[in-house]
Design a protein around this ligand. Structure first.
Ligand code: MRU
Length: 377
């Protein structure tokens, strides 16, 4: 049935990916990103010397995924401070680069607040810039720790829901080390299951239109020696019908106070399928992705992206908003609906796994209690 089995002996670990790092070059500090638009063909670094370059990298998805956007936004503020740019202006540009992932604004505001607090206390510009960098580094480390905790909680939850067995897990978009200070969110759970020798198969949705599943999750699964198979998004239904999915694991870009989850477009249909087929639908996200200020999912601003991403089959590298320069697959001027995310209501979600623990069933009260344990929301 499955056409590919790439499982290698558990224990053979590849070197960790260098997804984002701060560097001090002779000409000044820079933020170095692994350019995700070039994967899986090439592992190429993108050097951001200023905030406009980082904003471009965010918009074109060279750097992407909710937790990593928060980290990048934080370092972006530190970069502005270190290079003597207007920090308030930089923070505004960064926060406005993409609207849906709440982590971006969280990271930007957290580092900017630390910078301004130092400046208010009379710190010199260089000293305040150093405070900003320290805060960005703290955020980076905390996300790595959160990732490890989510993996523990997520695997314990799977054992509780589906005791004593190996799993076929379905995932959507990309939620691994490429989006995180650590090994990711949903993918980190699958990776831990794999290390426990219990991953029968990771089903990887290709994730149209920008193919984060095919280009990035398959790349990470292959690197990790995991048994995986890629499928078109539209093949998920028949996979459920065949009884080949034990649980769905996805990440989140924003979780509102009522427990609604915005994630990559195509997540909501999977939740509906999972409900119909009585398969657990599990969301894995750090508490930095929870937005208690927004009451419900209907208020989430869903990013609408260029129609070219749909009318042309391409990797996003060739255009400033992700489309352009690819193979044209629709009539010239075809109108397009291209939301980057969709929203899944809490009643379709079996559990939300965070670094602070798990809530199931998903309720606003449960989410508030969980977030009260975290200093990060
Ligand atoms: O548009 P992207 O690639 O930034 O979208 C990313 C996703 O939707 C991820 O699933 C989400 O950020 C969770 S990552 C932990």
């Amino acid at each position: 049935m499955a056409d590919q089995d790439v499982q290698t002996p558990v224990g053979e670990e590849p070197p960790a990916l260098s997804v984002l790092r701060w560097d001090e070059l002779p000409e000044g500090p820079v933020l170095v990103l692994l350019d995700q638009t070039r994967l899986p063909a090439e592992e190429v670094e993108l050097v951001c010397t200023d905030v406009p370059a980082l904003v471009r990298a965010i918009r074109t998805l060279a750097v992407r995924g909710a937790p990593l956007l928060g980290i990048a936004g934080g370092y972006g503020v530190a970069l502005a401070a270190a290079r003597g740019y207007d920090v308030a202006e930089a923070a505004g540009l960064l926060e406005g680069a993409r609207p849906t992932a709440v982590n971006l604004g969280y990271g930007v505001r957290r580092v900017a607040t630390a910078y301004w607090a130092a400046a208010r206390k009379g710190a010199e510009a260089a000293e305040a810039a150093a405070v900003a960098l320290t805060e960005a580094q703290a955020l980076h480390r905390e996300d790595a720790r959160a990732s490890a905790r989510m993996a523990e909680h997520g695997t314990a939850l799977l054992e509780e829901l589906l005791p004593g067995r190996g799993y076929q897990l379905l995932t959507h978009c990309n939620t691994g080390a490429l989006v995180s200070g650590g090994e990711g969110t949903a993918f980190a759970v699958a990776l831990r299951v794999h290390r426990q020798g219990r991953l029968r198969r990771l089903w990887v949705d290709e994730t149209r239109p920008l193919l984060q599943g095919a280009r990035l999750t398959a790349y990470e699964a292959a690197r990790g020696g995991m048994a995986y198979s890629l499928l078109t998004d539209s093949a998920a239904g028949s996979l459920f019908a065949a009884g080949e999915v034990d649980a769905v694991l996805i990440g989140a870009d924003r979780i509102t106070a009522d427990g609604s989850v915005a994630n990559k477009v195509g997540s909501y249909p999977l939740a509906v399928l999972a409900k119909y087929h009585h398969v657990p639908f599990i969301v894995v996200a750090p508490t930095t992705t929870v937005d208690m200020e927004t009451a419900e999912g209907t208020s989430i601003v869903v990013e609408q992206r260029s129609g070219q991403e749909v009318t042309e089959v391409t990797s996003p590298r060739s255009g400033s908003t992700g489309g352009g320069g690819g193979m044209v697959v629709a009539p010239l001027g075809a109108p397009v609906y291209n939301p980057a995310f969709d929203v899944t209501p809490p009643e379709l979600i079996t559990a939300i796994v965070t670094e602070e623990g798990v809530i199931s069933p998903v309720t606003g009260v449960g989410l508030a209690e969980l977030c009260a344990r975290s200093s990060q929301v």
